[in-house]
Design a protein around this ligand. Structure first.
Ligand code: 5CA
Length: 167
């Protein structure tokens, strides 16, 4: 299937550049959200990588969060050495990464972003990340994810709130 702007091709090229033999799988069903992706792949939502852009003192950073976790912006601020962290808009996300929400991959972005990786992803043998579109995903070992993104692992997850259901 051809997709807008060769988004999957850009991710494939970025993976090849990192010498990672990852196979991008395109699904007829949606992989737009972590839940959609988990259902399509047949894995747990905890093993889905959400690639989320935040603005840390106005500068874009990428947080790779487990689909099971909400991101605690204060923890991201600590990791990034920033005083203020906020979620980027859909438009700012597209400008920073070159990809639209629902398909933002962990690598292959328009500009190199600092990357912070949810340490809970490291507890799984394999995790699944978006590959440019809301129908494309690739499997990757967490240590490879850290390598190819030059990411920093850390605690970015919000503590579970008994009043609020997990995402
Ligand atoms: N393909 C899946 C996982 S493989 C995926 O991309 N999931 S995601 O979590 O990284 O992307 C969806 C996320 O985009 C949502 O969790 C939400 O945090 C964010 N998002 C959705 N709509 C908006 C919006 N209008 N503005 C800013 N962020 C948004």
């Amino acid at each position: 299937m051809m997709e807008a702007g060769g988004a999957v091709a850009r991710v494939r090229a970025a993976l090849a550049e990192q010498r990672l033999a990852a196979e991008i799988v395109e699904y007829p069903a949606s992989t737009r959200t972590a839940h959609d992706a988990a259902r399509a792949v047949g894995t747990s939502v905890a093993q889905i990588v959400k690639s989320l852009v935040f603005l840390a003192d106005g500068r874009p950073v990428l947080v790779l969060a487990s689909g099971a976790n909400r991101v605690d912006e204060r923890k991201v601020a600590t990791l990034a050495g920033a005083s203020r962290v906020e979620k980027a808009s859909a438009r700012a996300t597209r400008e920073a990464t070159g990809f639209s929400i629902g398909g933002v991959p962990p690598l292959g972005h328009a500009v190199a972003l600092p990357v912070y990786v949810d340490q809970t992803l490291l507890t799984h043998p394999v995790v699944y990340a978006a590959a440019g579109t809301p129908h494309a995903v690739f499997a990757i070992a967490p240590h490879d994810l850290l390598r190819v993104t030059a990411g920093t692992a850390g605690d970015i997850a919000e503590e579970a709130d008994p009043e609020r259901p997990a995402p």
